[in-house]
Design a protein around this ligand. Structure first.
Ligand code: COA
Length: 239
């Protein structure tokens, strides 16, 4: 992924823990789309304080068994590395927004959904991610001409969701995915092509993608080996 260089960040690196790291200063800094804020208060970038909740969710077998990766149980080091990477993107993005030098965005900065508790603290609920699927992938859809100055034609994006089991089947992922796609990925990231990978047996996930018009691509259908710790065996995965 490429992110434009920024020289003097007008927005400091996201402060820990609770104050909104994207609080607007000077020029408009992006905020969570209104629909996300209405859905659950406090959707935001990853915070260092999210690591334990993130590890707990990803290490819960009810979540892990539906995910082809990451390894199980999740290593705290891997989770921290991921968080550091995410925060670097988000910090650069907000700084550049404030300076007016960076558009469109290179990542979805409002990954984490949180519940606001009566005492005003926030609890991690889960995440929706949108990111580059990696270099070397061939896009099948044309890219809007105006986005060409900052990225190649060979990159496609991938979307995924994972929620703490207590939050499953409440319509949350359906709503949060719509917001991530329509309020951010398409207008802010210039996405013209999104992929989602899931096990064919993951009915909740399959339903969400189908609802939004994703169609299974036979070219990406594959048998995956499930880690022994996740129950072993093989399963069909598709994009
Ligand atoms: C997959 C996941 C993100 C779905 O989130 P969710 O908020 O529970 O989904 P929704 O409540 O929006 O449900 C979407 C649809 O799937 C159905 N559904 C959800 N979970 C289901 C399940 N386990 N079995 C059958 N149907 C299910 C819902 O009833 C709903 O159908 P409807 O629109 O016809 O009413 C969530 O279950 C999860 O975090 N799972 C673990 C991680 C994971 O599998 N991530 C996806 C990897 S691609």
């Amino acid at each position: 992924m490429t992110t434009p260089e920024t020289t003097s960040p007008a927005v400091p690196a996201a402060a820990e823990p609770a104050s909104d790291p994207w609080r607007p200063r000077g020029r408009a800094v992006p905020r969570a789309p209104r629909a996300v804020r209405a859905l659950l208060p406090g959707p935001s970038p990853e915070r260092v304080s999210d690591v334990p909740a993130d590890i707990a969710m990803m290490s819960d077998i009810r979540v892990a068994r539906t995910l082809v990766g990451p390894p199980f149980p999740v290593s705290p080091l891997a989770s921290k590395r991921w968080l550091v990477r995410e925060r670097a993107f988000v910090t650069a993005l907000f700084a550049a927004y404030a300076e007016g030098t960076f558009r469109p965005a290179a990542c979805y900065p409002f990954t984490v959904l949180r519940e606001r508790l009566p005492d005003s603290t926030e609890e991690y609920v889960g995440q929706v991610t949108v990111m580059y699927a990696g270099d070397g992938e061939t896009r099948r859809t044309p890219v809007n001409e105006t986005w060409e100055e900052w990225r190649t034609r060979t990159k496609v994006f991938e979307i995924g969701a994972a929620l703490r089991p207590e939050w499953h089947r409440k319509g949350l992922a359906t709503a949060a995915v719509r917001v991530a796609m329509h309020d951010w990925a398409i207008p802010q990231m210039g996405c013209t092509e999104l992929r989602a990978e899931c096990l064919a047996s993951n009915i909740g996930s399959v339903k969400i993608w189908q609802k939004y018009g994703f169609v299974e691509d036979p070219e990406f259908r594959t048998e995956v080996q499930i880690f022994e710790a996740k129950g072993a065996g093989s399963s069909r995965a598709a994009c």
